[in-house]
Structure formats: C-alpha cells, structure tokens
Design a protein around this ligand. Structure first.
Ligand SMILES: [Zn+2]
Length: 202
C-alpha cells in the first residue's frame, strides 16, 4: 500500500472537498492523483475518515474493481465541476449535477430509512467499498444543499478547494504550510530584490 505521505493534506474543511482535492493537477501533470487504482481509493477513504471506511477493507476483485474506480472518478469529476461552477459563478453544469444526483440516488436506494431523535436518517448497513462512493455522494449533496457554499474558495496557487471558516473571510491559501508559505517567501525575495535594485540605482 502507498504511504500517506504523498497524499494531499486534508485542507478542504469538508470531506467532499478533500475528495475533490485528491485530483491534484500541477502544470498538466496528474501523477499525484491518488485515485490511480481502486486500492488507492479505498486507502484514501480510510485516511480521510470517510464514514464506513475501515483499515481492514480491501478493494474488490474482477470487474467490480474497475467499476469502483470508474464510479469514484466520475463522482469526483462531477463534484469538482459543480463546485468550481459555484466558486467561479458559472452557470450550473446539468450533466455534472446529474452524475452527482445519480450517485446520491443509488446511495439512498441502498439505505434503510430510520427516525432518530425525531429526524429522518438514512442508515447504511453495507460496508462494501462501493458504499464509500455512495457516502461521498451523500456528503457532496449535503454540502451543496446546506452549504456553506458561499465560503468555498479555490487556492490561487494549487487549485485546492476549501471552506473559508475565518471570521473576516480572508483566507486565501489552501494551507499556510504549503502555498501560503511559498507566497510569503516569493514576496520576501521580490522585496529584497527591489531593495537592492533601488540601492544600486541610488
Ligand atoms: Zn494551495
């Protein structure tokens, strides 16, 4: 199994956003994508604490294996399209919304309705790897319906999406340990270069 070291930090503030952030694209390079296999998908779900994921869970074999990877990737792409549309104020992408809806519909069909504390809940009894895709669809729908979608931002450096929970809503970077730090260093170097240029001119 892959080490967790190469997996993106969980900076999204919501599992649906962390899921999107597994598709790291840097200069057209997708080699950091953690969903290269069904095994990686299951392992990431354990790492990200997706409900129903357990360290003993393994990816299925045969055709189910490819189907699982395909379902996970397709949900991820669709969720990203919808979220990016919201962040950039673009018109809703009907096809992407339908894909999220279909995954959500499947998850509700597989669940058992129950009333808990006076509220309707969907109890999922299956602990199959496929149920992890369903769980991520439920999380995506919960975020899209209940928000706070107005606080979702994309890091200008790496494209990671996250919920800005700061009071003044001025969080800019996915993480101050990564992109925020790089920007600070970049500004510092630029300032120093400017200062030495002025000294030379003067
Ligand atoms: Zn970033």
């Amino acid at each position: 199994m892959e080490t967790t070291a190469r997996w993106p930090r969980l900076v999204g503030g919501h599992v649906a956003l962390d899921f999107i952030n597994t598709d790291v694209v840097s200069g057209g390079d997708r080699s950091d994508d953690v969903l290269r296999s069904a095994d990686e998908f299951v392992a990431w779900c354990v790492y990200a604490n997706v409900s129903g994921a357990s360290p003993t869970m393994t990816a299925p074999h045969g055709a189910r294996r490819e189907d699982l990877l395909h379902a996970a990737r397709s949900l991820r792409t669709a969720t990203r399209t919808v979220i990016e549309g919201i962040v950039t104020g673009r018109a809703a992408d009907g096809r992407a919304l339908s894909i999220v809806q279909a995954a959500y519909t499947r998850s509700i069909a597989e669940a058992t309705p129950a009333i808990r504390d006076g509220r309707l809940t969907w109890r999922r009894t299956t602990t199959s790897p496929e149920a992890l895709v369903s769980e991520l669809a439920v999380e995506a729908i919960a975020l899209l319906c209940d928000g706070p979608t107005d606080r979702i931002k994309a890091c200008p450096a790496c494209g990671f999406v996250f919920i800005d929970t700061t009071k003044n809503r001025r969080r800019r970077w996915c993480s101050m340990d990564d992109c925020g730090k790089e920007e600070k260093i970049r500004r510092y170097v630029a300032k120093r270069a400017e200062r030495s240029r002025r000294t030379r001119v003067g």
